[in-house]
Design a protein around this ligand. Structure first.
Ligand SMILES: C[S@@+](CC[C@H](N)C(=O)[O-])C[C@H]1O[C@@H](n2cnc3c(N)ncnc32)[C@H](O)[C@@H]1O
Ligand code: SF4
Ligand code: SF4
Length: 301
């Protein structure tokens, strides 16, 4: 029997150290991670999103991450990710981090992303966003890792999943994992302005995607659109300005923060939120204008 042991545990997203002395447990709140020194804290942004892969098994019309037209599957290499996420944690803090894609359940090493993200960001909310298609195939070690690293779900409920949705809720409940939120994706928004004549400051101010900073291959980007626009350009031979992102290794916290809070050329090719069109969800036909707010004809509002 062990008389003294130390362990980390998480309660309501807060990290605690647990000291067990002769069978009695003492719980201490851990020092906040990302603390530079005793009085300085890193700048905090609301959300970081990380593709574990770009491959998708559904392919929606107007995917804001352009996974329906990505020509390479790009499964993120775990050792590169380890370096990148550690470096990001030295430079910025995020209230929440979403692991997604593409469809994240396709990555064979997903649980390593859980471990490394939690290690780098002990106090952030970490969310796995999934379309659920593969949930029944997940092995016990997936569920154990969700629990161990305090990962919560964002479920996207697409029309093809309606019938089995309650089954998925039961499955998740049986493993005692928190569902942070459910996105009922009966409709998708279309927001691209092919003319590129929007006022970038104005659209950026209202943009819901601007909260979703992206990490891709050691660089940070303001949003999925700016980050993955190269897939659109390549597939359709277009030339919409692609954001180059900022190298997390070469820049200071302040430079990165400023970069991530400034509109980019790509913003000129988006409509402001009050001009978004909402259309019924459907599978992508991979047409160049399926993101285009102007051509949408089955408009809901
Ligand atoms: C890019 S997906 C990645 C994770 C996973 N494949 C999924 O669909 O849940 C992340 C979220 O973005 C949402 N999304 C993508 N494109 C959208 C659009 N045009 N309008 C509204 N939501 C969109 C999806 O419904 C999903 O909730
Ligand atoms: S929004 Fe649709 S196409 Fe895009 S990654 Fe999710 S399931 Fe795939
Ligand atoms: S490019 Fe700019 S306006 Fe368009 S989605 Fe990204 S942040 Fe928003």
């Amino acid at each position: 029997m062990k008389f003294i042991s130390f362990k980390n545990e998480y309660l309501n997203d807060k990290k605690y150290k647990v000291l067990t002395l002769f069978g009695i447990k003492f719980r201490f709140k851990s020092k906040k991670q990302n603390q530079i020194n005793n009085c300085n804290y890193l700048q905090t942004l609301p959300r970081l999103e990380i593709h574990v892969c770009d491959k998708c098994n559904l392919n929606c019309r107007g995917c804001t991450h352009y996974c329906n037209v990505a020509q390479e599957d790009r499964f993120v290499d775990i050792s590169n990710f380890e370096k990148d996420i550690k470096e990001v944690a030295k430079k910025l803090n995020f209230y929440e981090i979403k692991l997604l894609g593409g469809e994240p359940l396709l990555h064979p090493n997903l649980i390593e992303f859980f471990r490394l993200t939690r290690q780098a960001f002990p106090t952030s909310k970490i969310i796995l966003t999934t379309n659920l298609i593969l949930l029944d195939t997940m092995k016990e070690n997936f569920w154990e890792a969700m629990k161990k690293h305090n990962i919560v779900f964002q479920l996207t409920k697409y029309p093809p999943m309606n019938e089995k949705f309650v089954h998925y809720l039961d499955l998740i409940a049986s493993h005692n994992i928190i569902i942070d939120n459910i996105h009922v994706a009966n409709e998708f928004w279309l927001f691209k302005n092919p003319n590129g004549d929007s006022n970038s400051q104005e659209v950026y101010k209202q943009c819901p995607e601007a909260y979703c900073r992206q990490l891709r291959d050691g660089r940070l980007y303001i949003c999925p659109d700016a980050c993955y626009m190269d897939y659109y350009n390549k597939y359709f031979s277009k030339n919409i300005p692609v954001d180059k992102g900022i190298d997390v290794y070469k820049h200071s916290s302040e430079e990165i923060y400023n970069y991530l809070t400034t509109p980019k050329e790509t913003c000129k090719f988006c409509f402001a939120k009050d001009k978004f069109k909402y259309v019924p969800w459907e599978k992508s036909q991979k047409k160049y204008d399926e993101w285009d707010g102007e051509v949408a004809n089955e408009v809901i509002v």
